[in-house]
Write a protein that binds this ligand. Sequence first.
Ligand SMILES: Cc1cc2nc3c(=O)[nH]c(=O)nc-3n(C[C@H](O)[C@H](O)[C@H](O)COP(=O)(O)O)c2cc1C
Length: 482
Amino acid sequence: MGYHDIREFISVLEAHGKLRHVKKEVDPSWEIAGMARWVYQGFPEERRFALVFDNVKDSSIPVATALIGASREVYALALGTTPEKIHEVWLQALRHTIPPRLVRSGPCQEVVIGREKVDLSALPVPTWTPGKDMRPCITAVVITKNHDTGVQNMGTYRCQVQSKDTVTLNTMPGRQAYQNYESYARHGKPAPLAVAIACEPVVHLATSAALPKGIDELHLAGALKGAAVATVRAMTVDLQVPANAEIIVEGELQPSKTMQEDSFGEFAGYMGPGGQKPFFQVASMTHRSNPIYYGYISQFPPSESTMIQGNANECMVHKLLVDDFGETTVVDVAINQTHGGNLGHAVVQMTPIYPQHAMHVGRLVAELTRFKMITIVDCDIDIRDRQHLDWAWNSRVNPARDTLVIEKVFVPNDPAADRGITSKLIIDATHKGTFPDLSLPAKEVMLRAYESWQEADLPAFNLPSRVERLLDFHAQRMQGQT
Ligand SMILES: Cc1cc2nc3c(=O)[nH]c(=O)nc-3n(C[C@H](O)[C@H](O)[C@H](O)COP(=O)(O)O)c2cc1C
């Protein structure tokens, strides 16, 4: 039934050896981000862990990072499942959402700080690209509401701290937070907003998915958890906020006014220019009596941001293809984490059943998403294994025949784009015609050799799933079952 709050999840990460506490004093203006960067640059994915900085300079509030997106294994733990079942849990949740449960009070409002006393410098907000970002940024769950429909939205957005009580919101046309902001601005009214920091894990997981318009991510969060997410009414704005969050910052986005956001390290791996953004004055801040701060590490990929967005987006695309476009021979979708979230390289695994079927699915993905490169592979390929993908590209793609470039596509934030205009590449890496037999011994021989390996007392290794998948697929094919 999911975790009650981020504290419970921190204990679970500890129990699984997936979290380290940093006891030495750290400076949030450079040291937290600098050290967290090494989680991604210093370790292969399977050895990465979350960090909690217990002793933050000039603050009594500990700072956690990489809590949910250290690795796919950590992400699965946040979802209460195993890596193999991430898609199953997401697809079920997208099909059967669970509305939130409004309660009278919650830990997130144990301490209430009114407008006149608010000072955001009391929070240990890290500077995420030290020496390059001009200001610290809160990267958290942003809750807004549509004026006309009354439906709430949650998204993860960068909130750059401009002064002790003023914050810019990095949202843009196309994003639901922006549409909600405009829905109030059209009536000349300020738009209510709440920033929820360190919520129960499913809230964070649900907010990195671009759900179809009009669906409140709190409903998805409930379904991911398997139980309704408890909410309380915000103190100063007409919104419901996650009751078990650590910290809530409330305010109103000013209609038709913007403020300069300074340059900031972007998820694609380069510095972004900043620009004029909607902003809000903090109307109140509430928190637990001894709160924990949680900030995602984004910027240079791979990062917590690309990990979280990649996992959410691959599940969304999987659901769209199978449920909404009837592509029932699609088995899996993976997004390579090093390419940076939306600009990622999507790999779709499927059984093509008619000529150019794989290319058709590739075109669908290109139209429905912001991914720049889409590769379609057969079901014998382990789509999360780079070595296997390279083999599919090398042995099944005739570039002149099997690739398609889609030109004149607008993709925001693409560093390679020309004023936002770029192109996309689809690669049909499925085998065409009859598969030749593999130059790899049959599974029984390989398994006997594995036993001989162990008897010979050679260094231990786990059977790579790519080899098992390949051998099983082709054994069945030889028996005429595929
Ligand atoms: C760590 C992190 C930071 C993000 N920062 C932003 C951001 O500043 N602006 C933005 O538009 N999207 C950002 N995103 C992506 C959005 O959260 C995501 O696409 C979400 O689906 C937007 O939802 P919405 O359109 O429902 O508001 C970020 C995602 C993550 C995981």
